[in-house]
Structures are given as structure tokens and as C-alpha cells.
Design a protein around this ligand. Sequence first.
Ligand SMILES: [Zn+2]
Length: 408
Amino acid sequence: MAGRETITLRATGDRLQRLGFTGNALSIDSATLDGVPVAASVQEDVLSFDLPKPLARGRIVRLALTYHGRPARGLSGSATSLYTTYFACDWMICPQDRFGDKAAFSLALRVPTGMDTLSVGRLIARAPTRDGGEVHRWKAPRPYSPYLFGFAVGRFARAGDRIGSAKLSYLSDVADTAELKRRFAETSQMVQFLSDRAGAPLPVSEYSQLLVEGREAQEAATYSVLGVDALATKADDPTEDWAVVHELAHQWWGNLVTCATLQDFWLNEGITTFMTAAWKEHRYGRAAYDAELAVARGRLDKARAAGFDKPLAWDGRYPNLATRRAVQYSKGALFMDHLRAILGEDAFWAGLRRYTRKHAGGLVTSMDLEKAMEASSGRDLHPLFSEWVSGADNASEPPPPAAPAPAS
Ligand SMILES: [Zn+2]
């Protein structure tokens, strides 16, 4: 792929001498800062641009880049489609793990005529190019964290639905319109349920679900990528619809209300894992909720048996993806269930609504959830949060090394 990118940025530190982004396999062909050439270098997974002179705090500048190459990660596809998954900073220049650095995003995709595209926000323009292709321009409705940037190109069957003023779009290169309608028949009810629990409507005017081959389950800013093997084989199977509701729940928890740093990643994933169980309770009954949390308990028990249990906001590195998920996803969900049991239905859900509405579009730490739950219940929850979340009393061991791993 080949791309041209412009990043408008503001210096938040004083005398900034270098701009750092996630290193990737792309080759930088040109780089300028406000029109002045800057040199790019890669060292230990960091792509840097050395500035000709230091930037003062608050200065706003434009970094303009052209690049080409074959991304090492973050792109999948079939004979008739190409779509991104999680590693945005492998196909563009951005900081992958800086969840707190939300940015406005627009993307113009140059594609062969007749191709369908999907990206963040809405398709705002579509124009032919001189060489017989087309450019599709997409624009995000609000700033999002870089890991949520993405796109898809292909020949897709389509189906759709509406809920309130929001449009739901279903696309696939492996299923026809009838199958899309059947597989995503419950999405609108899920939106209704999650909106009620969040105390806020679906945060986007158009939400899409892209159905692909395999086991994919990945949220992007305003859409999700779902693999056929991650979905139920028959409708009404309460054991198998987690992926649709989990990725949809990220529209509120994760994408709209985002952990400021990876330390509080459990807020993105523990809450969505819990909300998956809550949807199942709403849709299929209490036994389905209990079953979902039993899965979480089993995963946490396995990590504990291997001698690895950490507070939810532990800031070290996990030995592997399964262990990290056992804490941030599974234990996070179990903590939400525990809070619900302790606070009771009214105070718990009021606390979740307060947390979601207050921080919509912004960044959160565990303290924000603690404060919201305290405000709704009138109780001092600091001891409970210390025990489960910050682990204030626990000494941390030196972390084992591990490769960064994707969220979903
Ligand atoms: Zn997730």
C-alpha cells in the first residue's frame, strides 16, 4: 500500500525535539514539518522524527508524510476483501498504545471502481479519479484513540436496520443479504439494551458490522469486524452471541469512554465482558448470566493456578495474552458483578450511567469509576477498589517480558 498522511499536533511538553510513533514495516518516502523536511529514523520499535528546532509547549504544527510498503500486521482479507484489524499503526503512522491520545480522523481511500468501502464515521464523498478508480472520503464524528482507526475494502453484500435515529449497516464478503439479516437480527435489541444501561444513546449515527471469515472479533471506532466462526451457528444460542454484543458494547465502554493509559485497560474490557453477561441475562435469563461469569471465573482460576493473579490496574507486563485477559477481561467482569451484588441494582446501574455520561468522549482511570459508584451508592468504596483494582497492599514482582498483544 501507499499513503499520504497529515498529522496536526500540539506540543504538550516544553522544548520538544523529537516526535515518536510506533515503528512499523513501512518506508517513509518524505516527511516535512510545516513544510520543512525532517529526518525519520527507527530504533527499537519507535519511529522518530528529529525536529530542526525544538517546539515550545502549545505550538501547533503539521507533520506531512508519504510512505509505502507492506504492513507486517493489522491487515487481513479474502479474495474479495481487505480489512484492518487492531494494529492501525502498522498501516499508517500513529502511536498504537497511546489510548489517551485521541485524534480527529479522516481517510480518503483510493480504490478500483465498483469497490465498497467502510471506515470510521460516515462516507462523506465519493469521486472518480482520472485513472478510472474512485476516491472514497470518510470522516470520524469525534476524536478516537488510534487503535480504533481502520478501514475495509471489498465487494460486500449489505443489509441494514434502524434504531431511533441511528442507522445499522451489515456488510459481508462471505454472506448474502438474507444471512446478514439473520445473523444480526438482534443487534438493534442489543443497542436498545446497552443504551438503557449506559444512560446514553448509541454514540454514532451509523454503526456497521462487517462479517468476515474466521474467528475475528474486533471493535473499530464506529464499526466492528466479526468472523463467522465467532458467531452462533443457530439463532437463539445463548452460548455463542458474545462477540456481537461485546464489540458493540465497546461503542460506549472503550471507544467513547476510554482508559487514559493501558494501566486501566480493564475499564475497557472488564466492563464490556460484564455487559456481555448482562445482555445474556436480559435476553436469555439469569442462568445465561451466571454461565458467562462462570467462564470468566474459570479463566481467572486457571491464571491463579499458574501463580498469576494481579490487581485490575496492575501496571506490569503479563507473561502471555491469556493471562492478561484472565485479569483485565475476566476478573474485571467479576469485579463488576461483585459491585452489583454489593451495591444493589439501583445504585450499581445508576453508578454505571453516571460514569458513562460524565466521561463520554473523554478519558478515564479506575478512580473515575470508583467516584461514580460512590456517588450513586453513598458508600465509601475505597477499601473495595484497593483490594480489587489498585492492589495498594500488594507488592508487585518484577514483570516477565512479553510481546504487546491486541485488544478485541
Ligand atoms: Zn473487547
